[in-house]
Design a protein around this ligand. Structure first.
Ligand SMILES: *Cc1c(COP(=O)(O)O)cnc(C)c1O
Length: 382
């Protein structure tokens, strides 16, 4: 089965009891045992396993699996209550005293977890420019256990060569985890490029409709690291609820079609913005002049729906542009059907490394001409 077909069929068949075409939402917290004490359906208690969450986990595994054989169960997913809970489980699966190499440009919440939670807990972290393999090699230590990559990265859309950094990790006896939230498995499959774990904030493109919070870790079922994450999911209990599992399943069915639309619209927006004199830089890997364009073309099917721009007029021009758009909405987050624009530095707070003149755009699925006209009218009033 190809990707689009897996997204619709991989997790379920019609319900044998009712014939329902789509899976129900199972809310039961507990499950009946046989007289001999066995659990005939494999379910015991909702925190350990829930049929709706299980369906989503099967679907996510089938989407991230590199090939047909892996889609048959060699790859598994663990769904969490948020992307950040999923990220935390990966760091918790390490031991105090271990060393992590993480990107200098990454989702603020992930870097912040490493600095403020896992630093005091005992993890050592070195932040490097992941686009430079020599810098990654130079940061290796004897106790390096994990390299965390995020590509494209937030908010500068830096592109990391997943295969190259995986090889560096494995040669050093470390694992590679990739935050695949922005690309999604429709455009990029890190496991096939050598990654050991894939992380998602399903709050974004997988859910796809800005109405559910969730996260997931996907990895090889026989991998020690994935099994530790699974144990932490069940024992720690930051699991995805049945309703959020169901909403995410519903969203993920159309992922491939949405990502094509997001990518086409974002490319049109990036081209328009690159032609405007008010804008100093457009960061979008789909543009040939982007420094990561060649690596992105190798490891991504399309360049995705996210881009950022830096304004010549500094923070004031950035804030003014965001104030004048009408179709784009000023809000944080990304990956929904609606286009969003955000002054990122003011969301991240005083510790931020994000340039003050930067705006981040999540390009939605409106008609591209309406998006282009909206940005043009806003730029013309500056
Ligand atoms: C949103 C996001 C996260 C965090 O996910 P939550 O679901 O908000 O906890 C992590 N990584 C990336 C790239 C994100 O965009």
């Amino acid at each position: 089965m190809r990707f689009e077909t897996r997204a619709i069929h991989a997790d379920h068949e019609s319900d044998p009891v009712t014939g329902a075409i789509m899976p129900p939402i199972h809310l039961s917290t507990t499950f009946e045992r046989d007289p001999d004490g066995a659990y005939p359906h494999g379910y015991t208690y909702i925190r350990n396993d829930n049929p709706t969450r299980g369906a989503l986990e099967r679907l996510l595994a089938a989407l991230e699996a590199g090939d047909e054989a892996d889609a048959g169960g060699a790859v598994e997913a663990a769904a969490f209550a948020s992307g950040s809970a999923a990220t935390s489980a990966v760091f918790q699966s390490l031991a105090p005293g271990d060393h992590v190499i993480a990107p200098d440009d990454a989702y603020y919440g992930s870097s912040n977890l490493l600095r403020t939670v896992f630093g005091p807990w005992g993890l050592e972290t070195t932040f490097v420019n992941m686009t430079d393999p020599a810098a990654v090699e130079a940061a290796l230590r004897p106790n390096t256990r994990l390299i965390w990559v995020e590509t494209p990265s937030n908010p500068l859309l830096k592109i990391t060569d997943i295969a190259r950094i995986s090889a560096i990790a494995h040669a050093a006896g470390a694992a590679l985890a990739c935050d695949n939230t922005w690309a999604t498995p429709a455009l990029q499959r890190p496991l096939a490029l050598g990654a050991d774990l894939v992380m998602h904030s399903t709050t974004k493109y997988l859910g796809g409709h800005s109405d559910t919070l969730g996260g997931a870790i996907i990895g090889r079922a026989d991998g020690a690291l994935f099994n530790r994450v699974r144990t932490l999911q069940r024992a720690g209990g930051a699991v995805l609820s049945p309703f959020d599992s169901w909403l995410t399943l519903r969203g993920a069915r159309t992922l491939a079609y949405r990502m094509r639309g997001h990518s086409a619209n974002a490319l049109a927006v990036a081209r328009l913005l690159a032609s405007r004199s008010e804008i100093e830089a457009v960061h979008y890997p789909g543009l040939p002049e982007h420094p990561g364009h060649d690596v992105a073309a190798r490891q991504m099917a399309l360049a995705g729906g996210m881009l950022s721009i830096q304004m010549r007029g500094g923070e004031a021009a950035a804030v003014a542009l965001a104030a004048r758009v009408r179709v784009f909405t000023r809000a944080t987050s990304l990956g929904g059907v609606e286009s969003l624009i955000e002054h990122r530095a003011s969301v991240e707070g005083p510790q931020t490394r994000t340039p003050r003149n930067l705006l981040r755009l999540s390009v939605g699925l409106e008609h591209p001409d309406d998006l282009l006209a909206d940005l043009e009218q806003a730029l013309n009033t500056l």
